[in-house]
Design a protein around this ligand. Sequence first.
Ligand SMILES: [Zn+2]
Ligand SMILES: [Zn+2]
Length: 107
Amino acid sequence: MTTEQIKGDFICENCLSYVEDPVVVVFHTRDAGVDKIMPCPYCGEETLVDAEPCPSCHGWMKKGDECCDKCKKWGEGQLGLFVRSLTISVLRHLDSVIEGNSLEEFR
Ligand SMILES: [Zn+2]
Ligand SMILES: [Zn+2]
């Protein structure tokens, strides 16, 4: 068993920790095979994926996502507050206004 370090930014999908340059454990099996595992140093699960900075808060997020989990939760909370500030009849009207459109178009 040997270990090697991979350069790069990763995030754990299980515990959501940011991991820089994770250690990969390499097993050499008797039939000349090589097994590699890259466990999360915080929770031990093999759930590390490539990370990139969140464009919204500059924290870390899974590569390809629009924003990080913290920002997603914050956004959903903001939407909840906004929706609760309007009456049901106005909300029903807004349903027909945004139908099929992206919220981005209303900025
Ligand atoms: Zn983890
Ligand atoms: Zn964020």
